[in-house]
Design a protein around this ligand. Structure first.
Ligand code: FEO
Length: 393
């Protein structure tokens, strides 16, 4: 355990080798499963537990304190923070699980924890550890419906669960967030995958955190913030309603016909002073794609047809973008087909969550002809014009 402040300890585990999260987004820097132990004058509390693969290391970190827990605070039911809960309860038969109703239901579903084990809290409820008070704030949808924050009142430490986290580990063992570009990029990648689909809630709880005005923020992944503004200012930027003058192009191209048109669009957008990022869905890191979608104003999907369908990897890019629900305002499709098929329709029906104005969709048989190239040039000009109209940053 590592001391954070006056009998408040970090007992999380760093998973240096983990390379993918949710079997979806690559983790170049691993991740941590953060847990916190608080020793009050009368009671002891554990905030969240750990992941199944790190239970032994987690219990070792508790350094003998694991058998003297009065309350386990479950800020969220997902397995990376609660798979060790059953073991902790076995070690502490009299301990109560303190959580909200929704989280208790999920914990019952997942782990069969008996109903009588729970102490259910609502917004603003408190429990006393003697000289320390835990106050609970219900904050659903960052990112599950059960999420809550726990405020350690006397020490003014806020435990925000997944919210404000980052997938990063430090080989040198630092538990505090280092205020570097590397950290911010890890936090942005994390935000893009986990929080961006819930951007309005992220924005709302940002105000709540600022009202609480904690001196330290302890999230469930990544470093502890001794300077909360470091991460709060980043979230302010990422949840901004006005996107940047930026285009993101996820694409797949089998015989370079689509890719040549993607490259033409990139060239013309740059001439129009529009920032543009293209991602080959076969070989590029989709975590980087997610990061660039955070503040892009336009997404253009590029696809080849195969077997009379848009290429499956194109579908993956479209499906992922739709699920992440970025704040994009405009959308287009560029694609080449060999002999037929419904490229546009199949892509479009998987973009139902994007609240976008649809721009020109440019499909062509085989290699693009002069008139197709002219349409791509016009699309670049239209995008630049549209971005100006919405005041893109
Ligand atoms: Fe880190 Fe939603 O669990």
């Amino acid at each position: 355990m590592k001391l954070i402040k006056d009998n408040v300890y970090y007992c999380g585990v760093a998973d240096f080798g983990r390379r993918i999260f949710d079997q979806l987004i690559p983790l170049p820097n691993g991740t941590t499963y953060n847990s916190y132990y608080i020793e009050g004058s009368q009671k002891r509390a554990l905030i969240d537990t750990s992941y199944s693969k790190t239970i032994k290391e987690f219990l070792d970190k508790l350094n003998g304190k694991g058998e003297f827990i009065d309350y386990v605070i479950a800020n969220h039911a997902e397995g990376d923070h609660s798979e060790a809960l059953v073991k902790v309860l076995q070690m502490n038969p009299n301990a109560k699980v303190v959580t909200n109703k929704k989280c208790s239901e999920l914990l019952v579903d997942q782990y069969g924890i008996p109903q009588e084990k729970f102490h259910i809290v609502n917004e603003g409820d408190e429990i006393s550890l003697g000289n320390k008070t835990l106050r609970f704030h219900l904050t659903p949808w960052v990112h599950w419906p059960d999420t809550m924050f726990t405020h350690l009142v006397e020490d003014n430490i806020l435990f925000t669960c997944d919210y404000l986290g980052a997938h990063i580990t430090y080989e040198h063992g630092n538990i505090f967030a280092e205020e570097t570009q590397e950290y911010l990029l890890s936090a942005k990648r994390y935000y893009a995958e986990i929080m961006m689909p819930f951007r309005p809630h992220c924005k709302k709880y940002l105000e709540k955190v600022r009202q609480i005005n904690p001196s330290i923020i302890c999230p469930s992944h990544g470093g502890i913030y001794k300077n909360p503004d470091f991460i709060l200012d980043a979230y302010q930027e990422w949840t901004c309603d006005t996107p940047k003058n930026k285009v993101v192009i996820p694409y797949v191209s089998m015989y370079q016909n689509t890719e040549r048109m993607v490259d033409r669009l990139v060239e013309k957008l740059r001439e129009e002073n529009v920032e543009v990022h293209k991602f080959d869905l076969i070989s590029d890191d989709i975590g980087d794609l997610a990061v660039e979608l955070v503040d892009a104003a336009t997404v253009v999907f590029g696809a080849s047809m195969v077997l009379a369908m848009p290429h499956p990897y194109a579908f993956f890019g479209v499906y992922l973008t739709n699920a992440l629900r970025p704040n994009v305002k405009f959308m287009s499709i560029i694609g080449s087909y060999g002999w037929g098929g419904n490229l546009v329709g199949k892509i479009e029906e998987n973009t139902n969550l994007l609240q976008v104005e649809k721009l020109d969709y440019i499909t062509f048989k085989g290699r693009a002809k002069e008139e197709d190239i002219e349409r791509v040039d016009a699309l670049a000009h239209t995008i630049a014009k549209k971005h100006k109209e919405i005041g893109a940053r």
